[in-house]
Write a new protein. Structure first.
Length: 417
């Protein structure tokens, strides 16, 4: 009897263990299937009015090989792994990847064309490497990209090298180059870009004279000569010469944007600009390279010594919230002729922003600074320490004093120290 009891007990234990394993397998399978993308792509696709219903509100994953691209190329558009053509689309990417970095024609990870509007939610980890002046996500003039506040994943967007260099997110490259010379120079326009969430890492592309870097595009923004003012005949196509387009707005998420050679982290490519930049929230790190602003203009490579002949207009820049690190200038980049060809624009810095700027802030005239802050003689934002109110004081000693409301001095105020 003892042996029989033991045998029954062992069988029951095995049954319990087997049932537990089945439940565990089912749970893992359920979680895995719940996380899988709705559509897994293995080749490039154009999404337009004819097939929108297949992708609207869906999540897309998969890897597109370098040999597969969709759509058309043109002066102001590129092919891509996903091309959104002339429609408004809600789409999620979740584990979506492509690498066009070695192709020899402009090709983007995602390419918007013909006034497309894309509301993009980023889940998981996604890597979009563009090729030959393509863009991680191409947003030409007339198109709109919104990265939604529902984004919890990571997007790594890298602009293509050569062909003038493409932005990480923004404009495609602006010319053919044959290593030794620039050919068919046509500055690009920029659409409207809004980032509300996710972790967004954007790297602008660079073009090379043989192995020497010669110019590039913004991490987020425009490419070379976009929006330049020029009364000469230096360009083969002048659609976006003397015509400034595009905006970048960031309200949330974590954004890291680095310009290509002589390009802003957020703003203009080499000798390029855009209409406006607004940051109201999120954690933002912008890095300009080789004398470009971190946030604002690219390096100004115009050769004229007369702003009436050639100039580069600074965008309207509003930094009113979030935690912002600017590795470089805010507003103007550096340029030839001591920057006399950088004109206009404005910089507003609100009281609710946390700002760390390693460069200068200009133009000064339009700057509104946080409480107890000032711009020093080198154009850098500084914070006054141990500030006292000057209200109703008749004698001010050495230290920091602030006039924090309207006051009338009916008698002389003595300043000591």
């Amino acid at each position: 009897m003892k042996s029989a009891v033991r045998s029954t007990h062992l069988t029951f234990s095995k049954l319990v263990l087997f049932a537990f394993i089945l439940v565990l397998i089912f749970a893992v399978s359920f979680v895995s299937s719940a996380q899988a993308a709705d559509v897994t792509l293995s080749s490039a696709v154009v999404i337009n009015g004819s097939n929108k219903s297949q992708y609207e509100g869906k999540s897309i994953g998969g890897t597109i090989p370098a040999g597969s691209s969709a759509g058309e190329s043109g002066f102001f558009i590129s092919q891509g792994a996903i091309v959104v053509d002339g429609i408004e689309l809600n789409l999620t990417i979740d584990g979506f990847n492509t690498d066009y970095s070695e192709v020899n024609f402009p090709c983007s990870g995602i390419s918007l064309v013909n006034g497309a509007k894309l509301h993009l939610t980023v889940k998981g980890t996604n890597t979009l490497k563009a090729g030959f002046g393509g863009v991680g996500i191409a947003v030409p003039a007339g198109c709109t990209l919104e990265i939604t506040s529902s984004s919890t994943g990571t997007l790594n967007a890298t602009g293509g090298k050569n062909y003038g260099g493409g932005a990480g997110i923004g404009s495609i490259g602006n010319h053919s180059n044959t290593n030794t010379q620039t050919m068919y120079l046509y500055p690009q326009g920029l659409g409207d870009i809004t980032i509300n969430g996710g972790t967004i890492n954007a790297q602008g592309g660079t073009w090379y004279d043989y192995t020497t870097a010669a110019g590039g595009a913004a991490g987020i923004g425009s490419s070379e000569y976009s929006g330049v003012s020029d009364n000469t005949n230096n360009f083969d196509n002048k659609t976006y010469v003397n015509s400034i387009t595009g905006s970048v707005t960031i309200t949330g998420g974590t954004v890291n944007a680095t310009g290509g050679f002589t390009a802003a982290g957020i703003g203009g490519g080499d000798t390029g600009t855009l209409k406006s930049i607004k940051i109201t929230g999120g954690t933002v790190t912008a890095t300009g390279t080789n004398k470009a602003a971190a946030i604002g203009l690219g390096y100004n490579g115009l050769t004229s010594d007369n702003a009436n002949s050639q100039s580069l207009t600074c965008p309207s820049i509003e930094l009113t919230g979030g935690n912002i690190t600017a590795n470089g200038n805010i507003g103007y980049g550096y340029g030839r002729h001591n920057g006399i060809l950088n004109v206009g624009g404005s910089v507003t810095i609100g009281s609710n922003v946390t700002l760390n700027c390693s460069g200068t802030i200009a133009p000064f005239a339009a700057a509104t600074l946080p409480s107890n802050s000032y711009v020093d003689q080198d154009g850098k934002l500084q914070q006054a320490q141990n500030v006292s109110s000057a209200l109703n004081q008749t004698s001010l000693t050495a230290g920091w004093w602030v006039v924090d409301q309207d006051m009338t001095a009916n008698s002389r105020i003595d300043v000591q120290g």
